[in-house]
Ligand binder design. Structure first.
Ligand code: 13P
Ligand code: SF4
Length: 304
C-alpha cells in the first residue's frame, strides 16, 4: 500500500468507526494530513473537549492521550503506539511531589501539562507552554511551585516577576541538551536568520533567541513574519512542517539533537492498525484519578 492509499483508508475508516483523530504538531506530516485537529498541547486540550465522535485517537505522547480522556470521560480514547511516553512527564511522581508539598503548604502547585494523570491529581492547575504565563499571572496566590520543567518555569518566572516561584530540577532532556555553542554555530551559518525557541530550552539559550514560544507560537510567528529565514529551536519536525507551509522562506534546525524519539514513535501504520483494532491501547483511568486530575485541567481551561 502507498502512503496515499493508506491515508485514504484511514479517512474512510475514521468515518465508518466514528473516530476523531487528534495530532500534535510534532507528528509526521502524513499523520497531520489525516487528522481532524492539529496543534500544540493547549489547542489539542481545548479541541478534545468539543469532540462529538464516540472515539478519539490521539497521535502524540501518553500524557496527551490521558488529557483527552480526562476531558472526554465518556469517550473511548486510544493511543496508536503505547510506547510513546514523554521523558519529562515520567520524571516526577505523586510520592515525590506530595513530600515537597508538605514543605511548601502555602504554595499553589502549577503542573506543566507534560505530567502523568496520577501526578495531576495532587496539583492545583495545569498549564501548557502557550498558556503558562497568562495562567500564572491570573492565579490568586503569589507563591507558585512550578513542576516539572525548571526551564519553562524560569521563563514563566521572568515574565511574572511580581510572584515568587519555586522550581525543581526537571525538564525535557531533548530541549535541554541544546547549548549556547549550538546557537553560536547556527548564528554563524545563518547570520540573517531569526532564532525562535521553545521555552523548554535552557534560560541561556532562550536569552539568545529573537522569540520564545510554544510549538504553535513558533509556527504562527514564522508564518506571519516579514523575515525570510529562521533557525527553529524545537523538535525538528516543526522546521520541516514550516518549510512546506512557507516555501518562499527558509527554515534551519537549531540542532539535530532536537529529535524526540517518543514523538517519532507513532507511525501512519500504527494509526491505521489502531483504527483496525489490531494495535494501540485504550486509555483507562480509575474514577479517583479522573475526578482529581480533571480539576487541574478544568482550572487551566477556566483561566486560559
Ligand atoms: P507544546 O506545549 O508547545 O505543544 O509542547 C509540547 C511538548 O512536548 C514540547 O516538547
Ligand atoms: Fe516530552 Fe520533550 Fe518529547 Fe516534548 S520533546 S514530548 S517534553 S520528551
Amino acid at each position: 500500500m502507498t502512503i496515499a492509499e493508506m491515508q485514504q483508508e484511514i479517512i474512510r475508516l475514521k468515518k465508518e468507526k466514528d473516530v476523531c483523530i487528534l495530532a500534535h504538531s510534532y507528528q509526521a506530516r502524513e499523520i497531520l494530513e489525516v487528522a481532524d485537529f492539529t496543534g500544540d498541547s493547549y489547542k489539542l486540550s481545548v479541541d478534545a473537549k468539543g469532540v462529538e465522535n464516540k472515539n478519539i485517537i490521539m497521535c502524540g505522547v501518553r500524557f496527551m492521550a490521558e488529557t483527552c480522556k480526562l476531558l472526554s470521560p465518556d469517550k473511548h480514547v486510544f493511543m496508536p503506539n503505547p510506547h510513546a511516553g514523554c521523558a519529562m512527564a515520567d520524571q516526577m511522581d505523586r510520592a515525590l511531589i506530595s513530600q515537597v508539598k508538605e514543605t511548601l503548604p502555602d504554595y499553589t502547585i502549577v503542573a506543566y501539562i507534560n505530567t502523568t494523570a496520577e501526578l495531576k491529581t495532587i496539583c492545583d492547575v495545569c498549564v501548557t507552554s502557550s498558556s503558562a504565563v497568562e495562567i500564572c499571572k491570573k492565579i490568586e496566590n503569589d507563591k507558585i511551585l512550578f513542576i516539572p520543567d525548571c526551564n519553562l518555569g524560569a521563563f514563566v518566572a521572568s515574565q511574572v516577576s511580581e510572584k515568587t516561584f519555586k522550581l525543581l530540577s526537571g525538564g525535557c532532556p531533548i530541549h535541554a541538551c541544546v547549548n549556547t555553542d549550538d546557537v553560536r554555530k547556527a548564528r554563524e551559518l545563518y547570520p540573517d536568520a531569526e532564532l525562535l525557541v521553545h521555552p523548554e530550552c535552557t534560560p541561556d539559550v532562550a536569552a539568545m533567541a529573537d522569540y520564545i514560544g510554544s510549538t504553535s507560537g513558533i509556527m504562527n510567528y514564522a508564518i506571519k513574519s516579514d523575515k525570510k529565514e529562521f533557525i527553529i529551536g524545537t523538535e525538528i519536525s516543526i522546521a520541516e512542517h514550516l518549510q512546506y507551509m512557507c516555501p518562499d522562506k527558509k527554515f534551519h534546525y537549531l540542532s539535530l539533537k532536537l529529535i524526540c524519539p517518543n514523538m517519532k514513535a507513532t507511525t501512519l501504520v500504527d494509526l491505521y492498525d489502531c483504527l483496525n483494532g489490531t494495535a494501540g491501547e485504550e486509555i483507562v483511568l480509575d474514577d479517583d484519578t479522573m475526578r482529581d486530575a480533571r480539576k487541574c485541567i478544568d482550572e487551566m481551561i477556566r483561566l486560559g
